[in-house]
Design a binder for this molecule. Structure first.
Ligand SMILES: NC(=O)N[C@@H](O)C(=O)O
Length: 209
């Protein structure tokens, strides 16, 4: 995978991406979703815990391709906690429309990354996920013009596919912080664990509260 770390891109900030609701189908281009209410009907499943649980099987992958990394350093699976604070400095509000200024897209070239919110009410919309396809025709950078944004509920999680461009997690508040349990493989080599593309002034994502 071509390293594009810390590339700076000047963009027309006038373009606005309207966020849509996260569903397993809407997010399929970028990765996988835990959304049991929408998946339990059709998922491959078994009974578990002495019949007190329904186990939905293999809903999201956990992938570690770090053997392909130039350093040769194998990554290990880590559960990290992200205590995410609403990026109010990047948000403006006009009536019931909020605009978020996205200034970074990043990817994990060799591993999936899963964010599982903790402490949100099941149906509270609590975080915003932004992804963009890879632009193989332009140096493997994100095709930010085709970025999409997803409003996510407390009973949903996202798994970014290997090398999928995404914005740093956006906690929507209100409130002081939102904790996520995050599963990722890391080998400690900076631009093998994470590559970032920086946008100036950035592009806007809007959603209605
Ligand atoms: N930039 C940044 O912290 N990205 C995280 O997804 C990470 O853990 O790499």
């Amino acid at each position: 995978m071509v390293v594009v770390d810390k590339v700076k891109v000047t963009v027309d900030s006038a373009r606005v991406i309207e966020a849509e609701m996260l569903t397993p189908k809407s997010f399929a281009t970028f990765g996988s979703v835990f959304s049991a209410d929408e998946q339990i009907q059709d998922a491959e499943k078994t009974s578990a815990n002495q019949g007190t649980a329904t186990k939905l099987l293999k809903v999201a992958p956990v992938i570690n391709n770090s053997e392909q990394a130039p350093s040769g350093r194998m990554a290990t699976a880590n559960w990290n906690i992200f205590r995410s604070y609403p990026p109010n400095h990047l948000m403006t509000k006009d009536g019931d429309t909020v605009s978020y200024l996205a200034r970074v897209l990043e990817r994990h070239p060799y591993t999936t990354q899963t964010f599982i919110p903790m402490g949100l009410d099941a149906h509270q919309i609590g975080f915003l996920v932004i992804c963009a396809p890879n632009d193989t025709a332009h140096g493997n950078l994100p095709d930010y013009r085709r970025a999409r944004a997803f409003l996510c509920r407390g009973d949903q999680s996202v798994t970014y596919g290997v090398g999928t461009w995404h914005a740093p997690m956006v906690a929507l508040g209100p409130g002081y912080h939102l904790d996520f349990a995050v599963l990722v493989h890391e080998n400690g080599v900076p631009n093998e664990d994470c590559e970032e593309v920086l946008y100036e002034p950035g592009f806007h994502v809007s959603y209605v509260v």
